[in-house]
Write a protein of this length. Structure first.
Length: 332
């Protein structure tokens, strides 16, 4: 599908915010250290870095790490995604274009078709492509050599990866939520790139509502900048930030309307739970994957929700939080 001008501009802005090297990358210190060692050893061996699997919640920097890897290795980066590779032919077309040392990034790799995944195995292990031309007794099996490359697979649902695919990654990194201090640093860095200087109080306020996720932090910062430009003569003050949060209906814990709706549904209609996931999805009008990947992880991490064998249950922390007056206290 052809991209709109707005989408292209947004992609360019996102690219400008992405750090280009490990030294610029904020957070995920253990991952950075391990990746730095892998890159250094690879350069000494004069061979590509082993295939890397990145997993964790959305917005943690998987694409950014793939970009950094390519930059550090002086290689090209080719991007695709599991849903976009609908057939073995699609995969063959992509890997056949790879040059020695290239980095191939496949997002949502758990959504690869079975046939494409089967073709990927020899490409990862032996750098060869097995093709069968024709059908029946006259079919011709061919083995096409590939240039050595590094595959970076990204997923939010590592449990859906098949064992054979997971075992073919030499390096596996789990990306976790960022600390408040790290998100503050990211907000300040992004603001500077946008041409704004912000104080510690403003950065901290945005960071607290970012759910430990750089992508959300940058999105909230951009909305606050928009509000400042449109309503406050370009001044990004604490007052501007608070009004932005009120407009977006994002509360002091970083919860949005859908998060609060989930909590309130459990509290008011089901006495705090337990409630099955399918019922929650039906009430919210969302699919299972969205609830499991987008809403639940942060609610669980924040101690607002518990997952039990009988279903989801609100915690005492959630019940106390829901008693706050939304108009006066929730967005402070």
């Amino acid at each position: 599908m052809r991209k709109t001008v707005a989408q292209l501009i947004q992609e360019e802005e996102d690219t400008n915010l992405r750090p280009k090297s490990l030294s610029e990358y904020i957070g995920q210190n253990e991952v950075k250290e391990a990746l730095s060692i892998a890159i250094e050893a690879s350069k000494i061996r004069k061979k590509p870095v082993d295939h890397i699997l990145l997993y964790g919640p959305p917005g943690m920097g998987k694409t950014t790490i793939a970009n950094i890897l390519a930059n550090e290795m002086g290689s090209r980066l080719l991007k695709s995604s599991g849903p976009a590779i609908t057939s073995p032919r699609d995969l063959a077309t992509i890997v056949a274009k790879l040059e020695e040392g290239d980095v191939l990034f496949i997002d949502e790799i758990h959504r690869l078709s079975h046939q494409a995944e089967e073709m990927l195995y020899p490409a990862m292990e032996d750098f060869v492509l097995h093709l069968t031309l024709g059908k029946g007794p006259s079919a011709d099996a061919r083995e096409i050599p590939l240039s050595p490359f590094t595959l970076v697979g990204a997923t939010t649902r590592a449990g859906l990866l098949t064992g054979p695919l997971r075992d073919r990654f030499g390096i596996v990194f789990r990306l976790s939520y960022y600390t408040l201090e790290e998100i503050c640093q990211i907000v300040k860095r992004s603001a500077k790139i946008y041409g704004f200087e912000i104080d510690e109080e403003v950065a901290l306020s945005i960071a607290k509502r970012s759910r430990g996720t750089p992508r959300i932090a940058n999105r909230l910062l951009k909305r606050a900048i928009d509000y400042a430009l449109a309503r406050n003569k370009g001044i990004l003050s604490m007052s501007t930030v608070k009004k932005t949060f009120q407009m977006l209906k994002i509360d002091s814990l970083g919860l949005d309307e859908m998060d609060r709706r989930l909590l309130k549904t459990l509290a008011l209609k089901y006495h705090g739970g337990p409630l099955g996931l399918e019922t929650i999805c039906a009430v919210l009008g969302e699919d299972r994957g969205t609830v499991e990947d987008i809403y639940e992880p942060f609610l669980l991490q924040s101690g607002l929700l518990e997952r039990t064998p009988r279903g989801r249950v609100l915690t005492q922390k959630a019940l106390k939080f829901l008693k706050l007056n939304e108009q006066e206290e929730l967005f402070e």
